[in-house]
Design a binder for this molecule. Structure first.
Ligand SMILES: *Cc1c(COP(=O)(O)O)cnc(C)c1O
Length: 387
């Protein structure tokens, strides 16, 4: 059995002395008049990189999404159409606001929300559409925008997994009315925990600044709260880590793309195995290399993970459809457009994420791919033997 001598983790950041030094500097100096200086720098770097007018640093992508939907006025009685297959953080804020997420299928190649399924789910209560750029793939934003315009709906981008990806020369985060990024330790740019709201809309930006600081008007020195709102601000030390990461963004994305290339070189020849795609016009920043073996291999994702685990290799399951999770047992209305034939149901049953952290080397990818091929070959043998 091919086994890695050292454990290979599935995700993790690239942290250099520069990150540590800037964080220490912020801990010493980001006080008094300087208390927002690191946040402001990080926000400017993000807005410039994404190519939008405004960015607001927040504690996580979850809070950025909460602020976006709150600022758009999403509330009880409203429906937001979302992909069934995503991380639950995309959708939880909608429920927190008293609105209903409406789960719809994803596309077989990009694994992003299916515009035709979106259109079929639009009803009198629909207020918004949420696209999620899954694993670094880009949604079909032009089609989604056309649907949103035709029906008078807000379009929101969850770009938590897609910093550095682009579609037709436009970067992830620049689509829809507003977008959210995550800097969780597993993400493309990592600050441990952290997030960013970005938009080109000055009014929405002003509303988010107001909502994220307990309903105070910008510059308020009299502590006058005009609404019951939220407290979603990023710590300055976190912002300093983000600045140091953004200084290296091109190298970070290049490393992610190199990791994907190593996997692609070693796995692309396998029949019935699908990897992340990069359609015409897209540059994919490949947050996580993802492999979807066809059913003939005879594995579900949890069995695959267990086999890789035996070989000392950490993997992750493809996000399970939200409609399949116990958390949605109490939300049957969210699932009314989901069917057992949805392509998301199939992909999410068999897909896994392969180790994609910044500590991956070509040698480690060699071991992971050899182990993965061995596991998949074993599955076929078992199946044939059983028949
Ligand atoms: C990671 C992630 C989030 C949440 O990010 P946090 O910073 O942990 O709140 C939201 N959506 C998607 C698609 C994610 O992968």
């Amino acid at each position: 059995m091919i086994t890695s001598a050292e454990r290979i983790p599935v995700a993790g950041p690239s942290i250099t002395d520069r990150e540590a030094e800037l964080a220490a500097e912020a801990a010493r100096t980001a006080w008094y008049a300087n208390h927002y200086a690191y946040n402001a720098r990080f926000e400017k770097m993000m807005a410039d990189y994404v190519g939008v007018g405004h960015a607001v640093s927040v504690p996580h992508a979850t809070s950025a999404l909460h602020l976006i939907f709150a600022a758009l006025g999403i509330g009880p009685g409203d429906e937001v159409i979302v992909p069934d297959v995503t991380w639950i953080a995309s959708v939880a804020p909608i429920v927190h606001l008293g609105a209903t997420p409406i789960l719809v299928d994803i596309l077989p190649d990009t694994w992003c929300i299916d515009p035709a399924a979106v259109e079929a789910a639009i009803g009198p209560c629909t207020k918004a559409i949420l696209g999620v750029d899954l694993y670094g793939s880009m949604c079909d934003w032009p089609t989604l925008q056309a649907i949103a315009d035709r029906h008078g709906l807000y379009l929101v981008e969850d770009a938590a997994e897609a910093l550095g990806s682009s579609l037709n020369g436009r970067r992830a985060g620049a689509f829809g009315r507003a977008a959210a990024f995550s800097f969780h330790g597993s993400k493309t740019v990592a600050t441990g925990e952290g997030g960013m709201f970005v938009t080109d809309d000055p009014e929405l930006n002003a509303r988010v600044l107001f909502l994220r600081d307990h309903g105070r008007k910008p510059g308020d020195r009299f502590f006058q709260n005009h609404e019951i709102a939220f407290k979603y601000r990023m710590n300055a030390v976190t912002a300093a880590l983000g600045i140091a990461q953004m200084e290296r963004i091109d190298a970070l994305i290049a490393h992610k793309r190199a990791i994907y290339g190593w996997y692609h070189d070693r796995l692309a020849d396998m029949d019935g195995l699908t990897l992340n795609c990069e359609p015409e016009g897209v540059s994919n920043s490949y947050w996580m290399v993802t492999a979807v073996p066809c059913e003939a291999y005879g594995f579900d994702k949890f069995a695959l993970m267990a086999e890789m685990e035996r070989r000392n290799i950490d993997t992750r399951p493809f996000f399970s459809p939200l409609s399949s999770l116990p958390a949605f047992d109490a939300h049957p209305e969210a699932k009314r457009f989901v069917t057992p034939n949805d392509c998301g149901q199939f992909i999410a049953r068999v897909g896994i994420n392969l180790p994609s952290g910044y500590n991956m080397t070509e040698e480690k990818v060699d071991i992971v791919c050899a182990a993965f091929r061995e596991v998949l070959a074993g599955g076929r043998t078992h199946r044939v033997a059983a028949e």
